[in-house]
Design a protein around this ligand. Sequence first.
Ligand code: ZN
Length: 229
Amino acid sequence: MEIEGLGSVVAVNSELQFNRAVREGERLYYTTRLDSVSPEKITVLGTGYFVTFVMRYFSEIASGDQEVGELLFRVFKFKPSQVAAPGAAASAPAKPKRPAPGISNDTQFFWEGARSGQLRIQRCTACGTLRHPPGPVCSQCHSFEWEAVTASGRGTVYSFVVMHYPEVPPFEYPNVIALIELEEGTRLITQLVGTAPNDVRIGQKVQVEFHSYDEGMVLPQFRPVPNAN
Ligand code: ZN
């Protein structure tokens, strides 16, 4: 069956079944079988085929591997509908919004800090250990008591990745995601702005800045310090 040239794909449904509970320490592997390809279908997204895969999960056991579960995974591979009719530019779809963070009682201080232009980091009041991402308990001494301190916003690139694919709106690609080591000593993951992917260097000095997005969301992002290093 010829399904080449269908550049778009969307997940349709996924059904995971376990035959039994799996235990920590078991070594699992899976096999993938192309289960079926539907006849050509026309949908609002475009024209293409529903493709179903079945993954079977096995546990490695000396006396004979045992099947522990199965995942049915169906996608729609399609050629997108032509949406831009001549003269229809005015009805272009709204730009997708940036995903909003989930905010809990443990993380509220961080996002409130961002809205007031502060990079706030959790510090255990029992032993002084900084931690990020925020959480309810200190990993060093297990104390639940904490306070928030305002970081300087200065740091260095500890590590980074450059996202090329898949391109997910509204992000721009290539997208540089960095692990920043703050000068206070803890690290956080952030988007690097104002730099080309090929210019990013481990150890490069960076500085926080705050940018507003949809509906009052403010995100801390980091920018290389010019002429540093
Ligand atoms: Zn502690």
